[in-house]
Design a protein around this ligand. Structure first.
Ligand code: S3P
Length: 458
């Protein structure tokens, strides 16, 4: 492999050039977990009183949620910013006193904002119109509109109310339903549970595969009873009783394991690397990427911190650990549809790991990746192929034959943050120069990512 002087070149606004790194060392500053940050802000809107939230992601998606809760009447103060993490104080009159927003609520690029907010609006008496960017306008919203309508909310929009913009009028008290989710989705589960806060009776969501459980944990920490059972016939069932009040809570958001995943793959795949990732959520419903990489032979050490971050701020309910990753000899594995659901946001970066692993990795049942910020199956297949990897897509299955040395190429991100970061990490290990086109979307979930990329080169 030719090792060129490590550096990152800004090639105009529209591209960055990433060159091979000789060594990777250090502890990149991670953003706050995106899923937990969205929920911390939204639940602070639902609670009557003040909540102090530290470690919140400064990513554009979470800033969108902060703007939206302000439009719904919360007083949102961003009291400090430290290393790309913000502390907010949110003061609200609570779920039953939301302000009717005077204009359209712009949800930007954020599916989580849109879908969770739809559940909140259904539970409130307010009327609001939700819209977003071109990517969000193409993403499926029927999956939340259908159960929320069954609960009694009125929802209309393009394509029979399945695409943004959506006009939503909540009509509490709603009807409690039992919703069997056709696709595993924490966003849909959360929307229905949040609407269930103002349903008469017990609302249940039945999932074939248990999805991330932050909403459940965070509601419990805020005084709401949420029951979970697993039964062999139906799968995982989550239930909530209507009428509960959400209490305000001071909470600390741990670092994002989905952001850590980029460094875990960089560290494991690079020949001379040791990287430390601090205060990462290792919630059992989020940690699949760590366990899949270990199954591929990645040397990842987990130093348990549990419950509090390095600053001593406590998180109410999420297990937290420091992770250390070192250069590893990776080998192929088979990833099942249930594992795809558990590592849904990490599949692009896992595809890169597979491209440098010995043997053929299969990823089955990955169709949901077509409905993310871009068609991630098409995007990752095109990018890895350009880098010289052997990747085949058959229906919803992906097969990656690892091994060949990756060679720098020009890669299209389709303005998708996870593709932009995957391709930048590829640039650290590929020979020569990798041009990442339109990399700015990284700031959706990881502002500062490209300066961290320079910072780990030694
Ligand atoms: C999220 C759930 C997942 C994930 C997204 C965040 C959440 O989406 O892809 O990045 O915070 O609930 P789906 O619920 O659509 O699978």
């Amino acid at each position: 492999m030719t090792i060129v002087t490590p550096e990152l070149i800004e090639a105009g606004d529209d591209a960055v050039v990433v060159r091979t790194a000789a060594r990777l060392r250090g502890s990149p500053a991670l953003p706050g977990d995106k899923s937990i940050s969205h929920r911390a802000l939204l639940l602070a809107l639902l609670a009557k009183g003040s909540s102090r939230l530290s470690g919140v992601s400064d990513g554009e998606d979470v800033r969108t949620t902060a703007r939206v809760i302000a439009a719904l009447g919360a007083r949102v103060e961003r009291v400090s910013v430290d290393d790309g993490r913000s502390t907010y104080v949110v003061t609200s009159a609570g779920l039953d006193a939301l302000r009717e927003p005077s204009g359209v609520l712009d949800c930007g690029n954020s599916g989580t904002t849109t879908r969770l907010l739809a559940g909140v609006l259904a539970a409130s008496g307010s009327f609001a119109v939700l819209d977003g960017d071109a990517s969000l306008r193409s993403r499926p919203m029927g999956r939340i509109a259908e159960p929320l309508r069954r609960m009694g909310a009125s929802i209309d929009g393009r394509a029979g109310g399945t695409l943004l913009p959506l006009a939503i009028r909540g009509r509490p008290p709603l009807t409690a339903i039992r919703h069997a989710a056709p696709v595993p989705s924490a966003q849909v589960k959360s929307a229905v549970l949040l609407a269930g806060l103002r349903a008469s009776g017990r609302t249940a969501v039945v999932e074939a595969v248990a999805t991330r459980d932050h909403t459940e944990r965070m509601l419990r920490a805020r005084g709401v009873t949420v029951r979970e059972t697993t039964d062999g016939e139906h799968g995982h069932i989550v239930e909530i009783d209507g009428g509960a009040a959400v209490s305000p809570l001071d909470d600390a958001v741990p670092a994002d394991v989905s952001a850590a995943a980029f460094w875990l793959v960089a560290g494991a795949a690079h020949a001379d690397a040791e990287l430390t990732l601090r205060d990462v959520t290792v919630n059992p419903t989020r940690r699949a990427v760590i366990d899949l990489l270990r199954r591929m032979g990645a040397d990842i050490e987990e130093r348990r911190v549990t419950g509090a971050d390095a600053r001593g701020d406590r998180n109410e309910g999420e297990p937290i650990a420091d992770l250390v990753v070192r250069s590893s000899a990776l080998h192929a594995i088979d990833i099942s549809p249930a594992e795809v659901a558990a590592a849904i946001d990490e599949i692009p970066i896992l595809c890169l790991a597979a491209a440098v692993a010995a043997g053929t990795t299969t990823i089955r049942g990955a169709g949901e990746l077509r409905h993310k910020e871009s068609d991630r199956i098409a995007g990752i297949a095109a990018g890895l192929t350009a880098l010289g990897a052997r990747i085949r897509v058959a229906g919803d299955d992906i097969e990656i034959e690892g091994g060949p040395q990756l060679r720098g190429a020009t890669l299209e991100t389709h303005d998708d943050h996870r593709l932009a970061m995957t391709f930048a990490i590829a640039g650290l290990i590929a020979e020569g120069e990798t041009v990442v086109r339109r990399p700015g979307s990284a700031a959706i979930s990881y502002p500062g990512f490209f300066s961290q990329l320079e910072g780990v080169r030694r």
